[in-house]
Write a protein that binds this ligand. Structure first.
Ligand SMILES: Nc1ncnc2c1ncn2[C@@H]1O[C@H](COP(=O)(O)OP(=O)(O)OP(=O)(O)O)[C@@H](O)[C@H]1O
Ligand SMILES: [Mg+2]
Length: 268
């Protein structure tokens, strides 16, 4: 039965999509069965996996000549009575994609989040891990992900706005936990895009996070490198693109920490 992690932070550009892809591909390379869900109308994860040749399942519905309502398979997760089949990106890495059409979900009645949860729960038995790439804002799409997930992984930068954003994210997630999903827990906070050299302001914010969140901080930090951006452009994980880079090693360490935390949690 899959464990579900939402990679979430309402702050934009902190690395949610990059973390989802690299974690997902690393887990798949270890033989785990992985499903990635793009729950962001920007469709960045979908684009990063499939490039310009988007499979028909993730292309938005334009209404012309279509026999049934619906759009990308990510959009269909929110539609009652419409089946959703993930697309195989490789043998054990499957994807439910998204396009800008997904933003319409925010205008629909709140109950659509229950359709989302039901459909993802039905997919649990086919995978070891399901990772949901969240959008950078609060609202229906984020609540659906938090209501469905077992764990939250929060990527962050080490700056003032990002660190303040984590408190906001925890407040919202705790509301969802209290009202809709008592099983939700914080798996950890992942510090991303840190400088390789000592930078005082980063140390200041790291200490602040460490004081407030203690062991919830993943021990691994991901350092900043243009190679990460290049790997996106090449539609690859950093390990596929530059296996010997610091970031490939760090993402592998992070993947091991991710698995360990979940497995230890299961033993309790
Ligand atoms: N370690 C890193 N070093 C350098 N660049 C990075 C690193 N991690 C991510 N990036 C780059 O930062 C940008 C934002 O990353 P990403 O799209 O993953 O963030 P996001 O949180 O998903 O953004 P959004 O909030 O828009 O969904 C991308 O261009 C990505 O390539
Ligand atoms: Mg993103």
């Amino acid at each position: 039965m899959a464990k579900i992690a939402a990679v979430s932070n309402q702050k934009g550009g902190v690395g949610k999509t990059t973390v989802t892809i690299n974690l997902g591909k690393n887990l798949a390379s270890m033989g785990k069965r992985v499903l990635l869900i793009d729950n962001d109308p920007q469709g960045n994860l979908t684009m990063a996996i499939f490039g310009d040749e988007l499979p028909s399942e993730v292309v938005e519905w334009d209404g012309a000549g279509a026999s049934s309502p619906g759009g990308s398979n990510g959009y269909n997760l929110y539609l009652e009575g419409v089946g959703v089949e993930p697309v195989a990106a490789s043998d054990n890495l499957h994807v439910i994609g998204a396009s800008k059409h997904l933003s319409e979900i925010s205008t629909k009645p709140f109950e659509v989040i229950f359709d989302f949860k039901e459909k993802i729960d039905a997919l649990r038995q086919r995978y070891d891990y399901i990772l949901i790439d969240c959008l950078p804002s609060f609202g229906t799409l984020q609540t659906a992900a938090h209501m469905t997930a077992d764990y939250l992984v929060i990527p962050t930068h080490l700056d003032d706005f990002s660190v303040a954003g984590i408190d906001e994210q925890m407040k919202t997630a705790n509301n969802t936990k209290r009202r809709l999903n008592p099983g939700l827990s914080l798996l950890g906070i992942l510090v991303n895009e840190v400088s390789s050299q000592r930078v005082l302001v980063e140390e200041h914010f790291y200490d602040r996070l460490a004081n407030q969140y203690g062991d919830y901080l993943f021990k691994t930090k991901i350092t900043k490198s243009a190679k990460v951006k290049e790997s996106h452009a090449m539609r690859k994980s950093i390990s596929e693109y530059k296996q010997n880079s610091d970031q490939a090693r760090q993402y592998m360490e992070f993947t091991k920490e991710f698995i360990d935390r979940i497995e230890v949690g299961n033993e309790q």
